[in-house]
Design a protein around this ligand. Structure first.
Ligand SMILES: [Zn+2]
Length: 73
């Protein structure tokens, strides 16, 4: 029998799926959706050779590799 893989478990991505470089984390502020508040964190690739590269100014970057939401209680 194959081991069960917990698909529901949210895995935090911290490597770029394209180049394997470490991702940079940038705060995206707080968003409110459906009465719940979430702290937003965006992950960018910092490798200039990568097609996911976010550029030098992370705050103006359009290439978001991943977005993490932390529910604020
Ligand atoms: Zn990359």
């Amino acid at each position: 029998m194959l081991p069960q893989i917990a698909k529901k478990e949210v895995r935090r991505m911290d490597k770029c799926p394209k180049c394997g470089n470490d991702l940079r984390l940038e705060s995206g502020g707080v968003v409110v959706e459906g009465g719940d508040a979430f702290l937003l964190q965006r992950q960018y690739c910092a490798n200039p050779q990568c097609e996911n590269y976010a550029g030098k100014k992370i705050s103006e970057a359009s290439n978001v590799v991943d977005e993490i939401r932390h529910k604020l209680t």
